[in-house]
Design a protein around this ligand. Structure first.
Ligand SMILES: [Zn+2]
Ligand SMILES: [Zn+2]
Length: 391
């Protein structure tokens, strides 16, 4: 039955691809989602995190259990370089992460389940805005997502380029990294480049700090765990004044980690190292750490269910239940902080595809329409496993 919807799903997906909308501006996309859900008979709620849509479907058998299935709807600020018919019609906006496909796969599952709601309990179909850097999932939660739509468990899915069509990958525990931003401003007197002894030099302090940061990874993070600290921005002085010691140096960077403990350690140690080195150099430091996305941690029981659902969909030999963690971040992690659940990767195709493999966030990327029904079927199998036997 899903296969019969393949052409329709492809049409929906390409329409969304042609009209990409970025964070909290997914107005047209949300309208399409809400209208389709309503036309299939779901209860539809709009407006969480501005453009969020939640469709609710009760099974035709009695049951108290409730699950949330989540898709993201937003596009990126990127100029598409594809030339096919469904390429973006909006300059500098593009569905380069496949959220057009995620939205469509979840719509496909909603349509199928609405036509035959043979399950016990309730499914909330959660369509969220602003996954890319803006934390739309967090905003939906803050605005009452799980109070309005209580979920016992939550599930998410993302396409993975370079991984074959018809394959799934997941792991229990930490699967994607926390992504945080930190900022240090070292302040000294600065002064004449010829007379450094008359002042304090924050550039020396900054240089020592940048080197010392990697000592946090090597000496403070346990050897059995991992983290990344990278400097991404340095600003001091002016180009025209190489003979002036600047009075302050700004350094900004990213911090990636896979556990709340290591995340807290990075936050604390970056500050301590910055303070210590600043003091040794006669300078001061202003230090800020911005917690952006938490680590994405799959719960064990729901990961097992997700593996079973994927195995039912494509065969056990095509499901990797122990894929390595990814250093990228994903805001579904906010939902997994609140509810047990699991996030799975679905292969978007590798170099076996005629167009080759283009990775997400690149201008030649496209979601692979061949996996629309595979992804929808995964959702259906998951609902059957979660809500099929309950009485
Ligand atoms: Zn992305
Ligand atoms: Zn994405």
């Amino acid at each position: 039955m899903l296969a019969a919807h393949a052409a329709e799903l492809t049409t929906i997906r390409r329409d969304i691809h042609r009209h990409p909308e970025t964070a909290f501006e997914e107005v047209r996309t949300a309208e399409i989602v809400a209208e389709k859900l309503k036309s299939w008979g779901l209860d539809v709620h709009r407006g969480l995190a501005t453009t969020g849509v939640v469709g609710t479907l009760k099974g035709n058998r009695p049951g108290q259990k409730t699950i949330g299935l989540r898709a993201d709807m937003d596009a990126l600020h990127l100029q598409e370089k594809n030339e096919f018919d469904h390429a973006s019609s909006i300059p500098n906006k593009m569905h380069a992460c496949g959220h057009d496909g995620h939205t469509t796969m979840l719509l496909g599952a909603a349509r199928h389940l609405a036509a035959a709601p043979d399950f016990a309990g309730t499914v909330h179909f959660i369509f969220q805005p602003a996954e890319e850097g803006e934390g739309g999932a967090r905003v939906m939660i803050e605005e009452g997502l799980f109070e309005k739509f209580p979920c016992d468990t939550v599930y998410g899915m993302h396409n993975m380029p370079g991984f074959p069509v018809g394959h799934f990958a997941i792991r229990s525990g930490p699967m994607m990294a926390a992504s945080d931003t930190w900022e240090t401003t070292f302040k000294g007197t600065g002064g004449h480049g010829a007379l450094p002894h008359r002042g304090t030099d924050p550039t020396m302090v900054a240089a020592q700090f940048i080197t010392a940061v990697q000592g946090i990874i090597g000496r403070n993070v346990p050897a059995t765990q991992t983290a990344v600290l990278s400097v991404g921005h340095i600003a001091a002085g002016t180009f025209g004044s190489p003979n002036v010691i600047p009075s302050d140096v700004l350094i900004r960077g990213t911090a990636r980690s896979y556990s709340p403990d290591v995340r807290a350690l990075l936050e604390r140690r970056l500050g301590e190292v910055a303070q210590g080195i600043a003091q040794a150099g006669g300078c001061t430091v202003e230090y800020k750490y911005f917690r952006r996305y938490p680590p994405l941690i799959n719960s064990a029981e729901q990961t097992t269910l997700a593996v079973e659902a994927a195995a039912l969909t494509v065969g056990r030999d095509k499901v990797d239940p122990n894929t390595p963690p990814i250093t990228g971040a994903e805001d579904f992690a906010f939902m997994l902080e609140k509810k047990p659940g699991a996030y799975i990767m679905i292969g978007n195709g590798g170099d076996e595809e005629p167009r080759g493999c283009h990775h997400v966030h690149t201008p030649l990327y496209d979601f692979n329409d061949k996996i629309l029904t595979t992804g929808a079927a995964y959702w259906l199998n998951l609902v059957q496993l979660e809500l099929g036997d309950a009485a």
